[in-house]
Design a protein around this ligand. Structure first.
Ligand code: SAM
Length: 212
């Protein structure tokens, strides 16, 4: 997702109090940054931030960090915060391939991937966020008993994501091929922008929860 022609987006992101400007400086010190011992959950590729903003509102005892690489997209999440500030949520304008420069070993309690870009060409497989290459990075920052949750409406991407688990050393704790009709897994579900759009078109939503 890339929104074009947003005048001054990168300048507005650089000035925003909701965006951590030099996140690598907080590596190993994110609890100090938040000023409490609450668990830290991150969403990688959060887009316009509807999910993580909703999660932060619903769970004030969890600290949230949303990561989005495009300032034009992140600006929408910042604008949501300007309209309704949530104290336990901050944003990073970063490419997730650098994530191990930002968080130290086992610093993160949960990772969310929502409607990640599918990168359909085989030669781009390693750019997919649920790929083994990204799982290896996530493995380094996630607590040993931490979990990663992934939702998508893209069947090929979901099948790819399931196939990546074993070679990457992860296992599925829960899987559904129709989240919105899965009584157990749908509990507490907060929809992302893409989830609203694609489920309203009748697409089933796939989800897994994985651990090592
Ligand atoms: N999660 C949102 C949702 O479900 O509505 C947005 C989904 S959109 C298809 C995927 C988003 O992930 C885009 O905004 C894209 O810029 C971001 N993204 C993809 N790869 C990324 C990466 N390596 N690092 C940070 N953001 C990334």
């Amino acid at each position: 997702m890339r929104l074009r022609n947003v005048t001054g987006a990168s300048e507005r992101i650089a000035e925003s109090q909701y965006v951590v400007q030099e996140p690598a400086n907080n590596k190993g010190k994110w609890k100090e940054f938040f000023g409490n011992n609450n668990p830290i959950h991150i969403e990688v590729g959060m887009g316009k931030g509807q999910f993580i903003h909703g999660m932060a509102k619903a769970n004030p005892d969890v600290n949230y960090i949303g990561i989005e690489r495009y300032s034009t997209v992140l600006l929408r999440a910042v604008q949501k915060m300007e309209a309704e500030e949530v104290p336990n949520l901050f944003f990073l304008c970063e490419d997730a391939k650098n994530i191990i420069e930002i968080f130290s070993k086992e610093e993160i309690d949960r990772i969310y991937l929502n409607f990640s870009d599918p990168w359909p060409k085989d030669r781009h497989a390693k750019r997919r966020l649920p790929s083994r290459q990204f799982l290896e990075r996530f493995d380094q920052i996630l607590k040993l008993d931490g979990t990663l949750e992934f939702k998508t409406d893209n069947k090929d991407l979901f099948e790819f994501a399931l196939e990546e688990l074993e070679p990457a050393g992860w296992k599925a704790e829960a899987v559904t091929f129709d989240l919105h009709h899965d009584e157990k897994m749908v509990q507490g579900n907060i929809m992302t922008e893409y989830e609203e759009k694609f489920s309203s078109m009748g697409n089933p939503i796939y989800k897994y929860i994985i651990s090592r």
